[in-house]
Design a protein. Structure first.
Lengths: 424, 232
């Protein structure tokens, strides 16, 4: 009997091909959307964690209270000792030192007079130690536009956009005007070793990247550090794990009465905007998939109703021959299940194909020129295990639900009425 | 097939609700039909022929009175019992053939046997037999759209007869056929009636059909106005 119905299903294109196309299209969109949103979300987390937040960040409590101002006067003291203890106590984490700073970059002309000036947003990282992996973590080599990476404490990288605005080329000298951690004015010359494209408009506008030893000297921050970033060893951010870890750390290390005692803050708690954005993207993902599920169910319900109307004659005939209503209803559901499965498989395959193409990303940097968010301008899709099955949920559910709703119309119809329609 | 009364109609009344009131389609019908009859319910449109056929075929219920078909009362019959009765004992032939367009002639005729869960070999034998009765063994792989009207109705007859039902209900079976095809169809049904002793009950107002009937029950405005045996 099932073979008989499958044969009919395959031969009747309005019953098979059309619904399969509808389901495939819907599933393809769901799969692509999931991969795209996951990719963007993952990129935002990845980008922020690498450049600014880590998976967790340790600061002094006082620094944390006004961390947006990069208050290096509130930095952690005895940094090397603290780092050694961290590495010893938490060997399954990767720990790196960072100093964030702001200032003015002055590019002099041939007479040493100011030619151009611009506000800079700087980041000092460990570029020179042998054990450091910051160059790889920040993909500096890949993002180098001109020149080369710093190989000395008095060399810096400028963002390409910033270097053009300052009319500075690799090899030129620039002056960083900032303040030491004790509040004194600091004027330090650096050589621009190269220019870089950070990939985030907010950094590309005025970014400067220096080795941490050079900045320590310039800002009088010997053996102090503004922020210590921690990364899970598998490289994947896990909010629950980060929450548990930071609670444990803070219980052991944070003294509520000592504002200079360290405090650990997980990624999603560091930035209200980022946290809100991550939440929003999560909600959006659920909402879009729910709306999509409902919309597709309505479309398929209508398709089922239209198909059902077209098949009232067949239903009446089958009932006249002796098929029970319940059997007809179940056969409609079975048909929709087959269509749902085939449509979901086809849609997932097509969705994965396009997601694979989008794994390289699309560049929206131009559109994000004014953005203040720390996010990559290149939006990539990311295929996760979820991508392989997410489309089956709306694909099968909506198809079966649509057929079930349409079938109720047939089920409720009186036998004699169907019989009359059969004769019409 | 043993002889005896196959249908007993006892004070049958059928009303349909219309607006706030009712329309009486059948009123106080009393009839008996014996096994092996070749009988026509004859009358103009709206006389109640199809309504009576539907009730006999367990597709509709009486409003009052009762119709007993093969010892089964149609009064309050459950949907499941009705479908079992139709599946096992009744065959239907329609004015518009109602073949399933996506299936071949063979598959259309095979369908009632699938519902009876017959074996594949049993189905094949029965389908080929049925198609032989109606002279369509050369068309088993054809689709309904490749057939003429007469051929389509012969397929419908084969489909109705393939399970060897005790009774076939035919509603205006020749309405869409020309004279030659109508006679061909009727001769086929007459032959099956005689060879297999299957009861045939027609609803018709076509004179070509009426000529073949051995009993004519004339309906007018929902009432039996004449019930005559015909000597051929």
């Amino acid at each position: 009997m099932l073979r008989f119905f499958i044969k009919g299903l395959i031969r009747d294109r309005q019953r098979s091909l059309l619904p399969i196309i509808v389901v495939s299209l819907g599933v393809m969109l769901a799969v692509l959307m999931q991969a795209w949103i996951t990719g963007i979300l993952g990129d935002i987390i990845d980008f922020n964690s690498k450049f600014a937040t880590g998976h967790v960040k340790i600061m002094s409590q006082a620094y944390n209270d006004i961390k947006d101002q990069k208050p290096n006067d509130l930095a952690l003291m005895k940094a090397s000792d603290f780092m050694s203890k961290l590495k010893l106590k938490y060997p399954d984490m990767i720990w790196v030192e960072r100093i964030g700073f702001g200032g003015l970059i002055d590019s002099p002309d041939e007479n040493g007079e100011t030619r151009e000036q611009g506000p800079a947003m700087g980041m000092a990282v460990d570029l020179l130690s042998e054990e450091s992996h910051e160059v790889e973590r920040l993909s500096l080599q890949n993002n180098l536009v001109r020149g080369e990476l710093p190989d000395s404490y008095d060399e810096v990288l400028l963002s390409e956009v910033f270097s053009q605005r300052l009319k500075v080329n690799p090899g030129d000298q620039v002056t960083l005007i900032t303040s030491t951690m004790y509040g004194a004015m600091s004027i330090t010359n650096f050589t621009v070793s190269g220019t870089i494209k950070f990939g985030a408009p907010v950094l590309d506008r005025g970014g400067i990247l220096a080795d941490i030893s050079g900045i320590r000297m310039a800002m009088d921050m010997e053996d102090t550090v503004g922020e210590i970033l921690g990364y899970f060893i598998d490289g994947e951010y896990d909010d629950e794990k980060a929450e548990a870890f930071s609670n444990l750390f803070n219980l052991a290390n944070t003294d509520p009465d000592d504002t200079f005692s360290p405090v650990m803050v997980k990624l999603s708690d560091q930035d209200d905007l980022l946290s809100g954005y991550l939440d929003m993207v999560g909600y959006m993902q659920s909402i879009i998939i729910s709306i999509f599920l409902a919309a597709m169910a309505i479309v398929l319900w209508n398709a089922g109703l239209l198909g059902g109307l077209r098949r009232y004659g067949e239903m009446g005939l089958r009932m006249a021959i002796g098929e029970h209503k319940g059997h007809i209803y179940r056969s409609l559901i079975s048909e929709s299940l087959i269509i749902g499965i085939v449509g979901s498989v086809v849609g997932t395959a097509i969705g994965l194909f396009f997601a694979r193409l989008l794994e390289n990303g699309m560049d929206f940097s131009d559109m994000l020129e004014g953005s203040t968010m720390m996010m990559s301008g290149i939006y990539k899709a990311k295929i996760t295990p979820e991508t392989y099955y997410i489309g089956f949920i709306p694909g099968i559910l909506a198809t079966v639900f649509g057929a079930a709703l349409a079938g109720i119309g047939i089920y409720k119809r009186q036998t004699a009425q169907l019989f009359k329609e059969l004769q019409a | 097939m043993k002889n005896g009364t196959i249908i007993t109609i006892d004070n049958l009344v059928k009303r349909f609700p219309i607006g706030g009131g009712h329309f009486t389609a059948l009123e106080d019908i009393n009839l008996k039909i014996e096994t092996g009859e070749f009988t026509g319910l004859v009358g103009p449109s709206g006389s109640g022929k199809t309504t009576m056929l539907n009730i006999i075929g367990s597709l509709d219920n009486p409003s009052e009175g009762d119709v007993i078909v093969m010892d089964t009362s149609m009064r309050g019959i459950s949907a499941k019992r009705a479908s079992t009765l139709r599946k096992q004992h009744l065959g239907f032939i329609f004015q518009t053939y109602n073949l399933m367009q996506v299936y071949t002639v063979y598959e259309n005729v095979e369908f009632p046997l699938l519902l009876l869960k017959m074996t594949s070999s049993g189905r094949k034998k029965a389908v080929l037999n049925a198609l032989e009765w109606v002279g369509l063994t050369d068309k088993i792989k054809s689709k309904p759209k490749q057939l003429s009207g007469g051929e389509s109705q012969r397929v419908a007859i084969a489909r109705a007869m393939v399970k060897r039902p005790q009774m076939v209900l035919a509603d205006e079976p020749t309405a869409n056929l020309d004279a030659e095809n109508s006679h061909h169809i009727l001769r086929t049904m007459e032959k099956l009636n005689k060879e297999l002793n299957t009861t045939f009950l027609f609803a018709t107002h076509d004179d070509k059909v009426i000529k073949y009937m051995r009993r004519i029950i004339r309906l007018e405005d929902g009432k039996v106005v004449a019930d005559n045996l015909v000597k051929n």
